[in-house]
Write a protein that binds this ligand. Structure first.
Ligand code: C5P
Length: 239
C-alpha cells in the first residue's frame, strides 16, 4: 500500500472562522493545498465548510480524533465518510474493536456518497502526554514509546492506514507498513514555537514521512505561498 501513496504537504488551518480560512486561501494564488481542519474550526463552521472546500477542489484531513464506544464511532464515521474527506482519525486508545468499527463506518459512508474511502489514521499518544502523566495519572507503567509502538500495531491489526507521529518516528512506522502523518515541521530558520521535536520538510522526507502537516511555518509566513512552495519543493521534490 505504501508504494502507491505520494508524499504530500498538508497545511494546518488553525484559524477560528471560515472567513479567516478564505482570507488565507486567497493568498495562495492558484495553489490548491491539502488542508487540515481541526476541532476548533469544525465545531464552529460545521460540515458545510468541509463540503464547500471539497467542492472548491481542496483535499481535506479532518482532524477530529474520535474516541467513544465502537457503535457511536461507527455511526459518526459513517457521517464523515459521506462528507468525502480524504484523511480522518481516531484515538488508538479506543481499542482495536473501536478502530475496526470506525473503518467500517467510514467505508460505508464513503460508498453511500460515491467517494473513495478516506485514509483512516490513529493517534497513538498525544504529544502533550508525557511519561509522568502516563504513570501518575493514567497508571500506565510501561515506557511511553512502548505504548506508541503497541498502539500503532493495534491500528494495523484493525486495518487502519497509518498513524500521526513525529517525523522522528516515521521510519519505525514505515517498517510496520503504515503511513505516517507528521506535524512538528519547520522551515530552516523558523521558530519552533511550542513544538519540542521539529524537523524540516527535507528531513521528514529523508526519515520516511508520508504526509507532513505544516501550520505556522506557512500560515505565519510573510509570503505563505512562497513558504508552501518551499515545503513542497523540499518534501515532494517538485512544485
Ligand atoms: O503550527 P504548527 O506547524 O506547529 O501546527 C501543527 C499542527 O499539527 C497543529 O494543528 C497541531 O494541533 C497539530 N498537531 C501537532 N502535534 C501532534 C498532533 C497534531 O502539532 N502530535
Amino acid at each position: 500500500m505504501l508504494d502507491n501513496i505520494k508524499r504530500e504537504v498538508i497545511i494546518a488551518c488553525d484559524f477560528s472562522s471560515k472567513e479567516d480560512v478564505n482570507a488565507f486561501l486567497a493568498k495562495m494564488g492558484e495553489a490548491k493545498p491539502y488542508l487540515k481542519i481541526g476541532m476548533e474550526l469544525f465545531y464552529k463552521e460545521g460540515p458545510a465548510m468541509v463540503s464547500e472546500l471539497k467542492s472548491r477542489g481542496y483535499k481535506i484531513f479532518l482532524d477530529l480524533k474520535l474516541h467513544d464506544i465502537p457503535n457511536t464511532v461507527y455511526k459518526a464515521m459513517r457521517n464523515l465518510g459521506r462528507l468525502g474527506v480524504d484523511i480522518t482519525n481516531v484515538h488508538a486508545a479506543g481499542g482495536i474493536k473501536m478502530m475496526e468499527y470506525a473503518l467500517k463506518g467510514l467505508t460505508e459512508g464513503s460508498q453511500e456518497a460515491g467517494y473513495e474511502r478516506a485514509r483512516l489514521i490513529a493517534i497513538t499518544q498525544l504529544t502533550s502526554t508525557d511519561e509522568r502523566t502516563l504513570k501518575e495519572e493514567l497508571l500506565i507503567s510501561v515506557p511511553l514509546k512502548d505504548t506508541v509502538k503497541a498502539y500503532a500495531e493495534n491500528a494495523r491489526k484493525a486495518g487502519l492506514d497509518g498513524v500521526v507521529c513525529s517525523a522522528h518516528e516515521a521510519g519505525i512506522i514505515k517498517d510496520l507498513g503504515l503511513i505516517s502523518v507528521t506535524p512538528g515541521i519547520r522551515l530552516q530558520g523558523d521558530s519552533a514555537d511550542d513544538q519540542k521535536r521539529v524537523a524540516t520538510p527535507a528531513l521528514a522526507k529523508e526519515w520516511g514521512s508520508t504526509y507532513i502537516v505544516v501550520g505556522r511555518s506557512i500560515t505565519g509566513a510573510a509570503d505563505p505561498l512562497a513558504a508552501y512552495k518551499e515545503c513542497v519543493k523540499e518534501f515532494v521534490g517538485r512544485i
